[in-house]
Write a protein that binds this ligand. Structure first.
Ligand SMILES: Cc1cc2nc3c(=O)[nH]c(=O)nc-3n(C[C@H](O)[C@H](O)[C@H](O)COP(=O)(O)OP(=O)(O)OC[C@H]3O[C@@H](n4cnc5c(N)ncnc54)[C@H](O)[C@@H]3O)c2cc1C
Length: 320
């Protein structure tokens, strides 16, 4: 399969989503064979070439005029580059940049497009994608017609580490002929951070329905603070509106890999476990000795979080 990846490089760095989709592309390539191409375009992007060691070929377009990420210009560049190269799968991050570009590319190439992808894979000769729709309540498995498509992959769906391979195999330098500047890049306006990114935290205190109500979150918040970590949650906690959507761990949320994952009042449904099973150390507290989470946890405590958590906070504070 001929796979093209569009990394996001701006403000002097390669964004994490680029490595996430690169790792995913490599996974697909390992199954299907073929080539993995990266289209690296922007002003001053040449210096980032060695970060894309997984790419069989880097199509490099380093040009003064490509300041910022102006959608109109990039849409046209992408189409010009891709149209004669027989792409089969084109991967973007499901970000504001990816959303600006993917639809145009799909339309121009007459490819189907799948947005909100949690998963893209090659299975039994078919290209499949799992798309998270209705705010994460439904996971739709789709078969991509003729094995040719454009996919927008949700950030946090794949570990970035897999894509971080240094080295350079082949670079093809492209030149920019005419660019029509219908839209001119002015400046970046960085939105205020709305919430933390749980995929980047070393310590997660994850809370489930066992917490009973929003007011009780105070107890676990205190533990997270004492440990220097952050709160994550199972799906029902977020569906109740007790914590923001950004905190969900699992199939319809984020995949996390912290050093410590403290699971409090979470049963351990497969949809949840999928997103946290790779954590370094998993400790679960649950009143039910038969809760499935104990099969995933390295250490388990059969007990009530309302007894154990306050005692734990006290102990941590005392030791500090
Ligand atoms: C398409 C789809 C996608 C989904 N995606 C996700 C996802 O991304 N993430 C996710 O988490 N879920 C997801 N789910 C939901 C998943 O199937 C489970 O319903 C959910 O994970 C259960 O959450 P929970 O463990 O918090 O609640 P429950 O299953 O209700 O478990 C609560 C646990 O708390 C324990 N408990 C109760 N009181 C206490 C106490 N005082 N002290 C200690 N323990 C206590 C109970 O014994 C129980 O084990 C998805 C479901 C579907 C259908």
């Amino acid at each position: 399969m001929k796979i093209f990846v569009f990394p996001e490089v701006y403000q002097g760095e390669v964004k994490e989503i680029s490595f996430e989709i690169l790792g995913l592309a490599q996974e697909i390539k390992e199954k299907t064979g073929g080539d993995l191409h990266v289209l690296l375009a922007g002003k001053g992007v040449k210096e980032f070439v060695p970060q894309f060691g997984l790419a069989d070929k880097i199509l490099l377009l380093d040009n003064e005029k490509l300041e910022g990420v102006s959608p109109f210009i990039y849409q046209n560049i992408l189409f010009q580059v891709l149209k004669d190269r027989a792409p089969e799968l084109i991967l973007f991050g499901h970000t504001s940049i990816g959303m600006d570009l993917a639809g145009f590319v799909a339309l121009k190439l007459n490819f189907p497009m799948v947005a909100f992808c949690k998963n893209v894979k090659a299975e039994n000769g078919h290209l499949m994608a799992t798309s998270l729709i209705c705010g994460g309540k439904i996971l739709a498995d789709v078969k991509i017609k003729d094995n040719k498509g454009v996919c927008l992959v949700l950030p946090g769906s794949y570990p970035a580490e897999k894509g971080k391979v240094e080295g350079t195999k082949e670079v093809e330098e492209l030149s920019l002929s005419e660019i029509e500047e219908k839209i001119k890049f002015e400046r970046f306006i960085i939105p205020e951070v709305e919430d933390i990114d749980i995929t980047k935290e070393n310590i997660l205190v994850a809370v489930g329905r066992g917490i009973q109500n929003q007011e009780n979150l105070e107890v676990v918040e205190e533990l997270a603070q004492a440990l220097g970590g952050a709160l994550a949650a199972s799906r029902p906690v977020v569906d109740q509106g007790w914590l923001p959507l950004t905190r969900v761990v699992g199939r319809s949320g984020k995949s996390v890999k912290p050093k410590l994952y403290l699971s409090l009042g979470i049963s351990g449904a497969p949809e949840h476990v999928e997103g946290m099973k790779d954590a370094g150390l998993i400790i679960a507290i649950n009143t039910d000795p038969n809760a499935p989470i104990f099969q995933t946890a390295h250490y388990g405590v059969v007990g009530d979080i309302f007894d154990i958590v306050p005692a734990l906070v006290e102990e941590i504070k005392a030791r500090k």
